[in-house]
Design a protein around this ligand. Structure first.
Ligand code: SF4
Length: 375
């Protein structure tokens, strides 16, 4: 691994709208590049402009704690900031990749979250997150912390091929169990499901079953993208080394879609399998509302639940008005309670959606949401 120390002008990456997967409006890349070197990693794609050789060169933003302090400190802001959950992880480098042992940038970011009383969501493939369980526990008790672990399967051999720099699935599951025992909400991001390799029904079932046994409170699924260029070239090189017989299947499923997505037909096949497994193991497919109740602002809480409902229906091939309604809710500045009598004026909000929104506002949950989540 080559470490390249650098300085950054800004650290926080802000979004206008809450992300209903991560419950966040704000994330960060403390490192660019990732020595975990997952073969499918889309951080390799040209659009992210990660310099150097992905998997070997890791850029460390050494001044990140100072910049982050300035960005998070409420005293330096004219208006109070609302980040939802502060997101640590994802993007173009795992926050707990090996270089974190030396630089402790993630730990320092957590210390700032603790100081400023901010909820955090950590997504990692590393067991190094155990090192920070003390501070994560403290954040969870005073605000809320979520720890999500990323997997492509729980198969040790497949992981050693496709995730060569990552602790084994068993070690990740043990780490998840440790967080669960401390009462810290945790779950699995099954991202990505690798076509024809980790989507074999028995393998998928083993993954969801082991997540359940380790105490995961949710499993979120996502397919694999293959963007033309470095990401696709690197992945296909490994695929041809280990699974040359799959080349033809891959060319059927990846047909040059702009974002590198698999065909709709394949995606709905995987979705339907995952829906069956989630039902069998009573596993939420989105982070459940009790985890973010009283943490997210009212409008964000409602918007996230509406987007989840939209997902539940779409993953079964049905259409829904909830995405539109969620979008409208995120566009207004005023709290929904202030316009309670005028909810119907929002685009996408009809009679039924209005009563769902009111129920969420009054109770933090919705009976219809619960029904859809179990389908
Ligand atoms: S851990 Fe995440 S960021 Fe790092 S190489 Fe793997 S997929 Fe990419």
């Amino acid at each position: 691994m080559n470490i390249i120390e650098t300085t950054a002008k800004t650290i926080l990456r802000k979004r206008k709208r809450i992300d209903s997967w991560f419950l966040s409006k704000c994330g960060m890349n403390l490192y660019r590049g990732c020595s975990h070197n997952c073969v499918y990693c889309d951080g390799r794609a040209e659009e992210y402009y990660v310099s150097g050789e992905f998997g070997k060169d890791v850029c460390v933003k050494t001044n990140a704690p100072q910049i982050l302090k300035r960005e998070l400190d409420p005293a330096t802001r004219r208006k109070p900031q609302d980040h939802g959950f502060l997101m640590l992880g994802g993007g173009v480098g795992d926050s707990y990749q090996p270089v974190e042992e030396k630089y402790k940038l993630t730990r320092q970011a957590l210390e700032l979250a603790d100081t400023y009383n901010l909820p955090v969501h950590i997504l990692t493939k590393s067991t190094l997150v155990k090192r920070d369980i003390d501070i994560i526990d403290r954040i969870n008790k005073q605000r809320r912390a979520i720890v999500s672990f990323s997997f492509s399967s729980v198969d040790e051999k497949i992981s050693s091929i496709f995730e060569p720099g990552v602790p084994s699935p068993d070690e990740r599951l043990e780490t998840m169990e440790m967080f669960q025992r401390r009462g810290i909400p945790c779950g699995m991001f099954l991202m990505p499901v690798i076509p024809f390799i980790t989507d074999i029904p028995a393998r998928l079932e083993a993954t969801v079953r082991k997540a359940k046994e380790a105490g995961a409170g949710f499993v979120l699924f996502s397919g694999m993208t293959l963007k033309e260029g470095k990401q696709m070239d690197y992945f296909m090189g490994t695929l041809l080394d280990y699974f040359p017989e799959l080349e033809a299947e891959y060319s059927m499923v990846y047909r040059g879609e702009k974002r590198g997505n698999a065909t709709d037909e394949y995606s709905s096949y995987v979705n339907s399998m995952l829906n069956i497994l989630a039902k069998r193991y009573e596993m939420p497919r989105r982070i459940p509302p009790y985890v973010f109740k009283n943490i997210l602002k009212e409008n964000d809480h409602v918007a996230v639940m509406l987007e989840h409902m939209d997902y539940f229906l779409r993953s079964r091939g049905q259409t829904s008005p909830y995405r539109k309604a969620a979008y409208s809710v995120t566009q207004i500045e005023e709290p929904l309670s202030n316009i309670r009598k005028r909810l119907r004026e929002l685009k996408g909000v009809g009679n039924a959606t209005e009563s769902i929104i009111k129920e969420i506002m009054d109770t933090g949950t919705s009976r219809y949401y619960d029904r859809l989540a179990k389908l």
